[in-house]
Design a protein around this ligand. Structure first.
Ligand code: GSH
Length: 332
């Protein structure tokens, strides 16, 4: 098996889709170090173009062909593979884990077959497929929900957040401050020169208008209703998560896609410093989503399952604190 030796992740540091990739890497591939190269919007394009020889990936409904996350996996045989989309990153992690488990299973059996010692029954020995709690996609439902949340919640929560950020009276300073908290000094200074262009690019490409934002709010509310319904059905089956009895890609995707309207930051477990976003989102939005069951569920996932970053990142972001807020039940 061609093993991964290292991973580079090109990100827009504060983005929800990038957090989805980090969350999955930190939880499901935490024995492999990855280096994050964080960018601010617009400046990310230089890095994506550089690593893809200007070709980029594939544009989709919600992003351009130069979008992030871009993951580069370097293998033992010297080859590398590029992944241009958060869902394909999650699929790859899942496939990689299944493959290496299968190889361990084979090795284990061979060892037992050819040794005179007593048979050792390890976890790998029992089945060629890893246990469901080691899988991002333990069943087709997990995959379906993961994609659904990415396509139908992410674009709306992102628009809501950008609308409030751009209409804030101190928008310019807030944007520059976010840059100083999340990317290198040099990049933050460059961003200060281009933030106006970044703003109008984002406004146009993501249709950040008041009318669209209001519609987005309605969509997100409906999606939260659906999630609450799923959680209820899962509880009736005795399962605590959205697609199975353990954390899956569906849960990670939901938590990350809802995160912009929760004003989530690293104190909550998020892998970037988003403190300022809490200041720009209206209290009514924060209260609404943080207090409803779907929001509590997303916060619960960040607090208890986000996992720790293995690789050192630059600039340094403190480790997520899993301090449990009184309002968040430890078990839902
Ligand atoms: N389908 C993509 C969407 C990613 C996406 O929208 N990324 C945004 C950041 S939130 C981005 O990089 N936008 C810049 C661009 O499209 O050039 C995925 O899931 O990876």
């Amino acid at each position: 098996m061609n093993e991964i030796v290292s991973i580079t992740l090109i990100t827009i540091r504060n983005s929800l889709y990038n957090e989805k990739a980090r969350f999955a890497l930190d939880c499901f591939l935490n024995d492999i170090e990855y280096q994050e190269k964080p960018y601010m919007p617009v400046l990310h394009q230089f890095s994506v173009r550089y690593h893809t020889h200007n070709r980029g990936g594939k544009a989709d409904r919600v992003s351009s062909k130069y979008s992030t996350p871009l993951m580069i996996a370097y293998f033992k045989d010297g080859s590398k593979q590029l992944f241009h989309d958060s869902s394909s990153i999650l699929e790859f992690i899942d496939l990689y884990n299944k493959t290496r488990h299968y190889f361990k299973f084979l090795r284990c059996h061979m060892k037992n077959m050819y040794s005179n010692h007593e048979i050792v029954q390890t976890e790998e020995f029992c089945s060629p497929i890893p246990p469901p709690n080691k899988l991002l996609f333990p069943n087709p439902k997990a995959k379906e929900l993961e994609k659904h949340f990415s396509d139908f919640i992410g674009p709306h929560t992102r628009r809501i957040l950008y609308f409030h950020l751009f209409s804030h009276k101190d928008c310019a300073n807030k944007m520059i401050e976010i840059a100083h908290q999340n990317v290198s000094k040099k990049q933050a200074f460059t961003f200060a020169l281009v933030y106006k262009f970044a703003q109008s690019y984002i406004e146009k490409s993501l249709r950040v208008t008041e009318e669209a934002m209001k519609k987005s709010l309605v969509y997100v509310r409906k999606e939260c209703d659906k999630v609450e319904q799923i959680l209820k059905q899962q509880k009736e089956k005795g399962q605590q998560f959205l697609a199975s009895d353990s954390l899956s890609g569906a849960d990670i995707s939901f938590a990350c896609m809802l995160s912009p309207v929760l004003g989530i930051s690293w104190q909550d477990g998020f892998g970037a410093n988003n403190d300022i976003l809490k200041e720009v989102l209206p209290q009514s939005v924060l209260d609404e989503f943080r207090n409803r069951e779907a929001g509590q569920y997303a916060l619960h996932l960040f607090h208890h399952y986000r996992g720790k970053r293995k690789a050192a990142t630059y600039p340094h972001i403190p480790e997520p604190i899993s301090a449990v807020n009184d309002q968040i039940p430890s078990k839902l």
